[in-house]
Design a protein around this ligand. Sequence first.
Ligand code: HEM
Length: 207
Amino acid sequence: DGSESSAPQQAQAVAVHPAVEPLSYLLGTWRGQGEGGFPTINSFKYGEQLNFSHPGNKPVIAYSQKTWKLNSGEPMHAESGYWRPKPDGTIEVVIAQSTGLVEVQDGSNSILFIEILFIEVFCRRMAISNMNRYYAMAESLSLKIKGTYDAEEKVVKLHSELVGNASKVREITRVFKLVNEELVYVVEMATSLNSLQPHLKASLTKL
Ligand code: HEM
């Protein structure tokens, strides 16, 4: 009951920043299911939870996402970042994707696990003692995204301005739309081999 626990509650009580107001319908936690695919991979289904929060007083929405395998609950992709809506209807979004150290510590992400194994073998062969740089390359992909939002239509359209630290991905678009109280999105990507086309589609309801 000390001041430590009351501070976050006070922060929540702060009014929504005017820049965030048009997107305030996003704030909260959303959960649902999605489907993924691409010409080069097998299609798959996943569970997903998204959280949009607004600590108040700054024109920023904090975003975090996690996904899991539907049958086992095993973690899949996760990412987090910040959405910065501007009064002119443009929006800047930064996202750090992480197939993530946390999932590796769980021993549950086989894709990253194989990548990590590969890096360890590679570094040992090349007598590289500091593997951290190589781990970082495998684990993260930073995206800078510019887009627009339409507060009336409740649509946010994002297009990558910069895709960094990615071996295959060249371009990413994301469209989020509120349809009958559901948050529906499509993520498309272009890789070095394939033109821009859907990788993910999902539909989420607010908890
Ligand atoms: C495969 C990128 C989100 C699950 C891939 C590939 C790329 C990629 C480049 C390999 C495609 C190829 O080999 O041609 C991205 C990007 C994402 C994203 C940029 C976000 C913007 C997700 C999410 C999930 C996911 C959210 C899970 C819910 C998978 C799976 C594969 C895959 C299962 C196939 C396995 C594999 O070959 O690695 N993704 N991905 N991805 N992605 Fe994603």
